[in-house]
Design a protein around this ligand. Structure first.
Ligand SMILES: [Zn+2]
Length: 284
């Protein structure tokens, strides 16, 4: 070794001593044990600390929060069941045929003739504007013993107009029917079945019971008379209120067959007025 390369106090021996003193853990048996013990104590402390943090419910991503996050709940639709009537008495084998949107200058006379032949009394939800244009047809319905009801004057979507306009629609149609028949109608059906609590309250304030339906034939969708008949027979039950439309030629074809089939099963055909007297049920 070239001594000149070291400071004067670092002789070969002193260098060895210094090295020994600065690396005790790596060079002696006692040092290794102390190191292992130090690591073990450290691990235990870390575990204890981790446990304490977990118990406190904080810091660890594996710990589920004790209070679950609130779920998003869809707003509840308003309960309209107090006002809506969609069934007759479930204990009675009664069916109410209802025809919306008339009178129709071409089809209403044919429909009235079919119903007369079948001795069936039905209910017509009439559009006031059309009634004003064809009062003779409305009078013919009334004279034949059918039940006439309010389906607004212009057939608007009532949930899309102001409540003041809803009141006008109810009033105008009611006045028109009364002017023709002498009787104020007592039943109302909203165009397109569009209702909300305000519309229903307004109808009630005008003295109307709101009548929906238990079965919609979908006769405006272009189905054949056979298809409509099959759906009707399958879906009709005690107290059914059936939605059809005045002005659909298919109904003229299917009605004699449907009426005959249901009469064979013991059903009778009544107006909404008759159903009301025998006990109708609310809700859909
Ligand atoms: Zn309608």
């Amino acid at each position: 070794m070239n001594r000149a390369a070291f400071p004067p106090f670092l002789t070969g021996r002193t260098s060895v001593i210094l090295l020994t003193m600065t690396e005790p853990a790596r060079t002696t048996g006692y040092g290794t044990t102390a190191w292992v013990l130090t690591i073990c104590v450290g691990v235990v402390l870390a575990m204890l600390l981790g446990g304490a943090i977990a118990a406190a419910g904080a810091g660890s991503p594996l710990v589920k929060p004790s209070i679950p996050a609130p779920k998003k709940v869809a707003p509840k639709p308003p309960d309209l069941s107090r006002w809506e009537i969609s069934h007759g008495n479930p204990a009675l084998k009664q069916i109410a045929l209802t025809f919306d949107d008339g009178p129709h200058p071409e089809f209403t006379p044919q429909l009235l003739a079919v119903l007369a032949r079948l001795h069936v009394k039905a209910t017509f939800f009439i559009v006031g504007m059309k009634a004003a244009a064809a009062p003779d047809l409305v009078r013919a319905m009334f004279d034949a013993g059918h039940c006439l009801a309010n389906h607004t004057y212009h057939h608007p979507r009532l949930t899309k107009i102001t409540i003041a306009k809803v009141a006008q629609e109810l009033q105008l149609c009611g006045d028109t029917l009364k002017a023709i028949t002498g009787e104020t109608p007592r039943y109302f059906r909203p165009p397109g079945g569009q209702i909300d609590p305000e519309v229903l309250k307004m109808a009630e304030a005008h003295g109307y019971k709101t009548i929906m339906w238990s079965y919609n034939t979908g006769d405006y969708k272009g189905f054949t008379a056979d298809h409509l008949y099959a759906g009707l027979v399958k879906s009709t039950h005690n107290g059914s209120i059936i939605l059809m439309h005045d002005g659909m030629p298919e109904s003229l074809v299917l009605l004699p067959r449907f009426v005959a089939t249901m009469r064979e099963k013991g059903y009778s055909f009544v107006t909404i007025d008759q159903m009301a007297q025998d006990g109708m049920t609310t809700g859909r």
